[in-house]
Structures are given as C-alpha cells and as structure tokens.
Ligand binder design. Structure first.
Ligand code: ADP
Ligand code: MG
Length: 367
C-alpha cells in the first residue's frame, strides 16, 4: 500500500497562554511512500516526526493537506478505520493481561462485520507471535518479560490486525544497546517478510541508516532531504543534513574559494571549477582524509586513538569550526605520535562545499 502525504501541515496553538506564537510542527510535507518499503523518519527531537506519524495514523488531524492510502483519501478517517498498526517507545501493554490476551485484544474489539471466530483469532495471534518469536511466552504477563520481549509483544499486537501500514515511533529507545541492535534487525526482517509499508521514526541516524529503504531528514517541521541512506550520506543537500548523518560526525571548516581553488585557511586543498570567489563552509567526512607527507591541508596533531582496524587521528586547525578534527585512517598507516604537524590530502567525493549564509550545498566541479 503506497502512502501519499500531500501538503501535510500541522500547526499547534501556543502552549504559553501569554504568547500568541503558534508552532508549525509539520510544514507542507509532500512525499509518496512507495508500497512495501520501510521509511526512516529522522531528525532531532522536536522536528515534527511524531506529529507526522500521528497524522498518518489518524491520532492527530492535519491543519491542512491530505493523506492517501493507495487511492483512498483517509484524511478524515478515524484511527480504527484506517487499518494502521502502531508501536510506541513505551510498549503500552496491558499489565494485567497475558501476552496472548494483549495480542488478541485488537481482534476482540473488531466491529461486528469484521468479527472473527475464536479459532481464527487464536490462529492470527499465534502467527503474529511466531513472526516476532515470542510464541513460547504467550502465558506470561508483561512484567515477566524483558524490555525487548515486551516490545516484540507490542509489535505482534500491531501486526495481528494485518494493518495496511505499520507505524513505529522510536520503538527501540527504551532498550539497551545490544537489544536495540538485535531488535532493529528483527523489525527489518519482519517488514521484509510481511511487506507492510512501514514508517519508522527515530532521532538516531545510525538506526535509520541501517534499516531504511529510504530516509526522510526533517528539521523544524520541514523535510530537508529524502533518499536512500547511502545516497543522502554521499550527497547531502545542505550543512544540516551533512552534520546530522555520520559517526564520527563530519568535520566542518571555514573556507573560501579564490581563483578556482578551495582554501581552508592558507591551504589550497582542491582545484574547483565553475564557482565564483566567495567565503564558504567546507565539510570533510572523517574517512575523507588521506595521510600524505606532501598533502595540502596542515593540521596540528593532538593524539591518536587506535580502534583496531582503523586509527582515529585527532588534530586541530585554526579554520576548523569544531575544537577538534577527527580523521579515520586505516591502521596500516604508520604515524609518528610525537610529530607536531600532520598533513592530509582529501578524497574529492568526501568533501562538500556549502553557502556561508544559506548553508545550502554548492555543487563544485572538483578537478
Ligand atoms: P519529534 O517527534 O520530532 O520530537 P514532535 O512531532 O513531537 O517532534 O513535535 C514537533 C513540535 O510540535 C515541537 O515543537 C513540539 O513542542 C510541538 N508539539 C507537539 N505536540 C504538541 C501539542 N499537542 N501542542 C503544542 N505543541 C506541540
Ligand atoms: Mg517524537
């Protein structure tokens, strides 16, 4: 089922009674979510992810715009009639019910015409439980389960009605690191098996990158960029997106373009064509540095962090926006830690140039 978001906007009245300033939580969101795909809705806290999800689910009514499931306009439909499965961060299981009762619950509340036989309900509940691998825990109460198991029950409960669309709001945030990894792979597997169009909300870029077919990066209610994770990482449209994706984060410098050369401080790091002279912001991914005795970029070596396969070189430079520059180099490179200066050349596809005022990407032709 494709899901179409058309000029979707949500404006909240001010929470503060004295001020009349309203909050534009979601601002003119347009996207056609392809059928059967997993979409990662990504951005910092407060950027409008949950509000978008709640509008898709019907829990919140858009201020303007429309939502279609396939060709059906569902904008005015209630949550119960949309056929969505919802999973939240805090599981929201009924504590006094067993796992089985929790999963059965949505089926027992179906309207008359949709009612299933008891056998059919049980069959569906067990199928959903099997899918998330908790079918051996059906008689336990939520308090007798780990966080990861509880979240699986919540996912089974969302799947049991065979939803047209699955909506997950930060479903892994309450799990510890190891369970988070494991459960996100599970969600990916379940989504592939069921082929249910899924929207997965997270503020964690690594999580979104690792499981999504497409990511949508949001900032202050506005969609910044939509694309395959690797494509957005390799080709960010602005400084915000470049900074939001990647660990360690991208290194940011004040730079300038003069006479066909890109400068960081006094160092001409690259020949660029087709761009007028101007001050710019330069971003270099940590993996974009090459140790090079004759390299154009001079940095002050601070220390080395050995990480096994790689070495992280920590240095600084007067033009760097951040106090330190972190570059990731293959551990086969031998670096003398007593050296004061370290020199780099830069991989052309790992360096991005942004307009100093708008922070939009400037496409430069690297020579
Ligand atoms: P996210 O899920 O990305 O953290 P939200 O969608 O929850 O962000 O919130 C987006 C913006 O809308 C925030 O500024 C938030 O304070 C505001 N907001 C969310 N819900 C309400 C509400 N019920 N009333 C007023 N403002 C709200
Ligand atoms: Mg949220």
């Amino acid at each position: 089922m494709k899901v179409v978001l058309q000029n979707l906007t949500k404006i909240f009245p001010s929470r503060n009674k004295k001020s009349s300033e309203e909050v534009v939580a979601v601002n003119n969101f347009n996207y056609e979510i392809p059928d059967g795909k997993l979409i990662g809705l990504l951005g910092p806290s407060g950027c409008g992810k949950s509000t978008t999800l709640y509008m898709i689910s019907g829990l919140q009514k858009p201020s303007s715009g429309k939502i279609f499931f396939g060709d059906d306009d569902v904008t005015e439909l209630s949550t119960e009639n949309r056929g969505v499965g919802l999973v939240f961060q805090n599981y929201a299981l009924y504590p006094h019910m067993t796992v089985k009762q929790n999963i059965l619950f949505p089926l027992q509340n179906l309207k008359k015409e949709d009612r299933l036989s008891k056998d059919e309900m049980l069959k569906r509940a067990y199928n959903a439980a099997k899918l998330v691998q908790i079918d051996n825990l059906m008689d336990r109460k939520p308090s007798e389960l780990s966080g990861g198991q509880q979240q699986r029950v919540a996912i089974a409960r969302a799947l049991v009605k065979m939803p047209r669309v699955l909506l997950l709001d930060e479903p892994l945030s309450n799990l510890d690191a190891r369970l988070r990894l494991q459960t996100r792979e599970e969600i990916r597997r379940i989504q592939r098996e069921t082929q249910i169009t899924t929207v997965f909300v997270t503020h964690d870029q690594e999580e979104a990158m690792s499981i999504s077919d497409y990511i949508v990066v949001m900032k202050l209610g506005v969609v910044q960029q939509i694309g395959e994770p690797q494509e957005v990482y390799d080709n960010p449209c602005n400084l915000f997106v470049a900074k939001f994706l990647g660990t360690p984060p991208i290194n940011v410098f004040n730079g300038s373009i003069k006479g066909g050369k890109l400068f960081i401080g006094e160092d001409a790091v690259m020949d660029v064509a087709g761009v007028a002279d101007q001050n710019v912001i330069v971003g270099i991914r940590p993996e974009g540095f090459i140790l090079d005795e004759n390299g154009p970029l001079h940095c002050n070596l601070r220390n080395l962090e050995v990480m096994g396969r790689d070495v992280s070189i920590v240095s600084d430079n007067a033009a760097s926006v951040n106090p330190i520059i972190r570059s990731i180099i293959n551990a086969d490179n031998k670096i003398d830690p007593s050296k004061k200066c370290v020199r780099f050349s830069i991989k052309p596809h790992k360096i991005f140039v942004f307009n100093q005022e708008t922070e939009e990407r400037i496409q430069v032709e690297v020579k």
